[in-house]
Design a protein around this ligand. Structure first.
Ligand SMILES: Nc1ncnc2c1ncn2[C@@H]1O[C@H](COP(=O)(O)OP(=O)(O)OP(=O)(O)O)[C@@H](O)[C@H]1O
Ligand SMILES: [Mg+2]
Length: 99
């Protein structure tokens, strides 16, 4: 299962939700992974502290995202993705394509 937080607007709570959901899924016993596709890389920093056991990939290159999701899906039941801040970043389109 892939849950991607993406929105055309910035500052709407994507990173906050992604970190809380990933930590919650991990606490609930799900094999969870996070993809941090936000250039600010906040979600990966926060989650490393909140739930160090969660597998984290930082990937801002749009063309690599699909491959990363495929790799993580081999071991993770739940993949949470924190999307980029705005539409100008091409990974936004990649996430929409995958979901
Ligand atoms: N449910 C909420 N209620 C109130 N404030 C919130 C909530 N969720 C997030 N915030 C606050 O809103 C601000 C923006 O949140 P966040 O960084 O998660 O958004 P974002 O969509 O990831 O932003 P960006 O587009 O810059 O990556 C932060 O200050 C955060 O603490
Ligand atoms: Mg963010």
């Amino acid at each position: 299962m892939l849950i991607a937080f993406v929105n055309q607007k910035g500052g709407v709570g994507k990173t906050t939700l992604a970190v809380h959901l990933a930590a919650w899924l991990h606490d609930a016993g799900r094999r969870t992974a996070l993809i941090d596709a936000d250039g600010q890389a906040s979600s990966s920093s926060w989650l490393r502290v909140a739930a160090p056991e969660v597998n984290i990939i930082v990937e801002q290159r749009a063309d690599e995202l699909i491959e990363s999701v495929g790799r993580l899906a081999e071991t993770a039941e739940c993949i949470v993705a924190d999307g980029p801040a705005n539409l100008s970043e091409t990974s936004y389109d990649q996430f929409l394509w995958m979901t």
